[in-house]
Design a protein around this ligand. Structure first.
Ligand code: COI
Length: 359
């Protein structure tokens, strides 16, 4: 066991001893459910001000007014990113600056102040260092980091909250989904309004609960997840409940374009670059249901799901099965991405950020 390193950023200025050994949990049983860790990060700011000083505090419940903006009017965003432990004992973040930029865009849309990208990445590093013993051993999973930006100030009328909280907590996780997906196309409920102007393209907390009815119905009928269509025509595919989608036909990959409805996924963006480097043609454009049903392969991407094959899609009475298994493009893309994220493959694009014990 290495000696503890120190992190000097408690509210009262005292240093926190960070144990570098592993938490005492069964690392082989990680799924995607909350495993509370030791610390979280909290930074507050009044409306019209800038975030300045945050601190690491013990993980736990937060006190909030019943009339907080987030509770009443859903003024809130979340992010998701992962830290991986490398074979040689370092911890790597994957493109945290992209999450910072996305949170900033979402904050502008929802009238909230946001931490600067520097503050965001620094806070993420602090949370990883403070919770280092919760970063799973190589090959056992990752530390899922969940930054929140929420209106915590009290108000009654519909308006931006008078106070905001930027909070980060984390949890060790394994796989989000077990095996390739069987998707049910939802043709009555929509995830987000189509086109620009809505909030489908930001990580607003309000984008997620509206998928539950369709998801519950799909799961009750034996499906793994739901695939949503565009609300304007009902003819084009958009996203599954928590991930972007791609189809492959011959050497061409297509994925719905970022048009205001589709979440600009960081995994999505990275997979596009990796696929181009592997010699595939990648198109960001509308993908019709018919085209999807005629594809050779289909897969989903997201921070939580990473890259996962779609085994089948059911649209009304039609079910189509796709290629799955180790010979798929999806498997190749996943291996490449995870290889970079875990430090096993060369990071030619400088996507990873090493978290040192002190920052
Ligand atoms: C992520 O992949 O980080 C997500 O946002 C999915 C989450 C809703 C589980």
């Amino acid at each position: 066991m290495s000696p503890p390193s120190m992190l000097g950023n408690r509210k009262d200025g005292s240093e926190i001893a960070v144990a570098e050994n592993y938490a005492d949990i069964n690392w082989d049983e990680l799924g995607f459910s909350l495993v509370p860790t030791d610390y979280m990060y909290v930074m507050k700011c009044a409306k019209g001000d800038k975030f300045s000083q945050g601190s690491i505090v013990p993980f736990g419940n937060i006190e909030i007014s019943p009339s907080a903006g987030i509770l009443n009017y859903g003024q809130g965003l979340f992010e998701g990113l992962k830290a991986h432990r490398t074979e040689d004992g370092h911890v790597l973040l994957f493109r945290p600056d992209e999450n910072a930029q996305r949170m900033k865009r979402g904050a502008d849309r929802l009238c909230m102040p946001s931490p600067s990208p520097g503050q965001f990445v620094n806070a993420v590093k602090q949370i990883v260092i403070a919770n280092k013993r919760w970063v799973p051993p190589p090959g056992k999973g990752s530390l899922y980091i969940r930054p929140l930006l929420i209106g915590t100030g009290a108000l009654l009328g519909v308006a931006p909250a008078p106070e905001y909280t930027f909070l980060i907590y984390c949890s060790p996780v394994g796989s989000y989904q077990k095996g390739a997906l069987n998707l049910k196309v939802e043709d009555k409920l929509y995830r987000a309004i189509s086109g620009c102007g809505g909030t489908g393209g930001i990580k607003s907390v309000t984008n997620y609960a509206p998928v539950y009815t369709a998801m519950a119905d799909a799961k009750a009928n034996g499906f793994s997840d739901v695939l949503f269509l565009d609300s304007a025509t009902g003819k084009h595919i958009e996203e599954a409940s928590a991930c972007n989608v791609f189809v492959l036909k011959d050497n061409a990959i297509s994925t719905p374009a970022i048009d205001g409805t589709i979440l600009p996924g960081i995994t999505r963006k990275s997979i596009i670059d990796i696929a181009i480097d592997l010699g595939y043609q990648v198109m960001e454009r509308s993908v019709s249901v018919e085209e999807m049903l005629g594809a050779d392969e289909m897969f989903c991407t997201g921070t939580a799901v990473v890259v996962n094959s779609v085994a089948s899609v059911t649209y009304k009475e039609t079910r189509v099965d796709y290629k799955t298994g180790p010979a798929t493009l999806s498997s190749k893309l996943r291996k490449t991405l995870v290889g970079i994220q875990t430090g096993c493959l060369e990071d030619k694009k400088s996507w990873t950020v090493r978290v040192d014990s002190t920052i």
